[in-house]
Each structure stands twice: as structure tokens, then as C-alpha cells.
Design a protein around this ligand. Structure first.
Ligand code: CAA
Length: 262
């Protein structure tokens, strides 16, 4: 595995097919700076290119998934600098473009860009210690990598306005109630639980997983009629793969399928 300055990347033995990417800037509660986002793009590209990887888990520390964009790096920037560097966009695009599923395993703070990064992933699984928020208003700015758009789609307008205009945090129970996270686990068991879920996904047909991911994402990008038409096309097209034959044969023969990604 490549060595990174701001990330720890592992292939945990107990979770075959899973790449575990841990944000690792403990001195700054994993604040997202240019270096971290560039390394994250690199690590995601490596996981994407690795046929052994079927699911990616992105996590932080017990205290923070990520406490936002790095305020110290940004504070003196001018508009021209932010615009020319397209600040944070490259790292964010790497997450958005990834075709393999990414689970955000969130313990502690997921604030500002940290909350936005978690929301770019395909699902968020939280520890009971998780705290989500978009506190940019307290800094005199606004979310900059999708927070106003994704939070609103995920939790609805009223709660998104409440979070974004007051800058308040949401705990794990409220986040689960609001549909922001799919499941909540006690903090000390979070990684094991998430790795087990990721390994389950990694054991499925990678072709079916990629198409299912694309279809759920389409639900946020398109109309119902177009989304349902796309679903029908991809559903039919899955019958071109060996994995469909294997999956259905295994059901009929009452055995576990072995998918090959062909
Ligand atoms: N950027 C840079 N450094 C950060 C940081 C951030 N977003 N968040 C925390 N740190 C640093 C602190 O400065 C501190 O460093 P020093 O020890 O060198 O002073 C260290 O991490 C530990 O932080 P605290 O001492 O503040 O820890 P705490 O437990 O008292 O508080 C916290 C934790 C409530 C998360 C607090 O750190 C905090 O409010 N952080 C900022 C959260 C925030 O405003 N995020 C939004 C950033 S803007 C953004 O994300 C824009 C965008 O959409 C792209």
C-alpha cells in the first residue's frame, strides 16, 4: 500500500475486499486541507483500480471524522486564489466520481467540509458519539462542497435551514431520525460493524453493485420517469453478465453464489 502523510490506508484481513481509508491529521481534528484532499483522491483512485477492492470505508478518529475544511489554510485566501485553485473541488470530485461504493464511518465531529465529505459517500454509518453540523455561518461563510444542496435533499428544507443558519450540531440519534445516517452503533464497535457491512457488499457482484450505486445516485439527479427508465435498462442489461446466471442458479440450487465480476 502507498504511504501517505495525511491518511492511513489498510486492507483489513477481517474484511476481505474492503479498502479502509482513515483520515489522519489528529493535530487538526482531520481538517481537510489541500494535501489531504489530494491524497484522498489518490487513495480512491488506487482503490478504484484494484480488482480486489469491492467496497471502500472512509473514516476518521474517535474524536473527529473531520472538523471541516482547514480554516487556518483558508483564512488569508483571496477570492482570486480560491477561484483559481478551485479550492477543494478536486478532492471532492474524486469522491463523487468513484464508481465503487464508499461508506462513511463517522465517530465524533463531522462538521462543515467533514459533514459534506460524509454526505458525498454512498451511505453514512455513525457511532453514537457522532455530531454533524454545517457551522460555516459562524465563520461568515457558507458550505462550499455541497452542504447546502446535499443536506437539504437528505433531511429536508426546514432542518437544513435550521442547521445551516444557526450552525448547530445534530447528534447521531437526530441524524438517524432525519435520514442522514443509515445506522448507529456504539462508538467502540463502529469500525467492526462497518467493516462487516462493507465485506458483505464486497462479496456481491461488483457489476451489480456498481449499477445499483449508479441507479440510486440517479434518483438525486433526475426525474422519476427518467430514473425508472434508466433502472429498467440497467436491470435488463444485468442479464448480460455471468454474475446474474450465477446468482440465480445459486438461489435455485440452494447454495451461496460465487460472483466473478464477469
Ligand atoms: N481547521 C483547522 N484547524 C482545526 C479545525 C479546522 N476546521 N478544527 C479544529 N482544528 C484544530 C484546532 O485549531 C486545534 O488546533 P490547536 O491545538 O493548534 O489550536 C485542534 O484542531 C483541536 O481543536 P479544538 O482545540 O478546537 O478542539 P475542541 O474539542 O475544543 O473543539 C470543535 C472541537 C468544536 C470541532 C472545534 O475544533 C471547532 O469548532 N472546529 C471548527 C469547526 C468548523 O467551523 N468547521 C467548518 C470549517 S469551514 C468549511 O468546512 C467550509 C467548507 O464547507 C468547504
Amino acid at each position: 500500500m502507498a504511504a501517505y502523510q495525511t491518511l492511513i490506508v489498510e486492507a483489513p484481513e477481517r474484511a476481505p475486499g474492503v479498502a479502509l481509508i482513515r483520515l489522519n491529521r489528529p493535530e487538526a481534528l482531520n481538517a481537510l486541507n489541500t494535501a489531504l484532499l489530494a491524497e484522498l483522491a489518490e487513495a480512491l483512485a488506487a482503490a478504484e483500480a484494484d480488482d480486489q477492492v469491492g467496497c471502500i470505508v472512509l473514516t476518521g478518529s474517535a474524536k473527529a471524522f473531520a472538523a471541516g475544511a482547514d480554516i487556518k489554510e483558508m483564512s488569508d485566501k483571496t477570492y482570486a486564489q480560491m477561484f483559481k485553485a478551485d479550492f477543494f473541488t478536486a478532492g471532492a470530485r474524486a469522491v463523487e466520481r468513484c464508481r465503487k461504493p464508499i461508506i462513511a464511518a463517522v465517530a465524533g465531529y463531522a462538521l462543515g467540509g467533514g459533514c459534506e465529505l460524509a454526505m458525498m459517500c454512498d451511505m453514512i454509518i455513525a457511532a453514537d458519539s457522532a455530531k454533524f453540523g454545517q457551522p460555516e455561518i459562524n465563520l461568515g461563510v457558507a458550505p462550499g462542497i455541497g452542504g447546502t444542496q446535499r443536506l437539504t435533499r437528505f433531511v429536508g428544507k426546514s432542518k437544513a435551514m435550521d442547521m445551516i443558519l444557526t450552525g448547530r450540531m445534530m447528534d447521531a440519534a437526530e441524524a438517524e431520525r432525519s435520514g442522514l445516517v443509515s445506522r448507529v452503533f456504539p462508538a467502540d464497535g463502529l469500525i467492526d460493524e462497518v467493516l462487516a457491512i462493507a465485506a458483505k457488499i464486497a462479496a456481491q457482484s461488483p457489476l451489480a453493485v456498481a449499477m445499483n450505486k449508479e441507479l440510486v445516485q440517479a434518483a438525486y439527479e433526475t426525474t422519476l420517469t427518467t430514473g425508472v427508465a434508466l433502472e429498467r435498462r440497467l436491470f435488463h442489461s444485468l442479464f448480460a453478465f455471468d454474475d446474474q446466471k450465477e446468482g440465480m442458479a445459486a438461489f435455485v440450487e440452494k447454495r451461496k453464489p460465487t460472483f466473478t465480476g464477469t
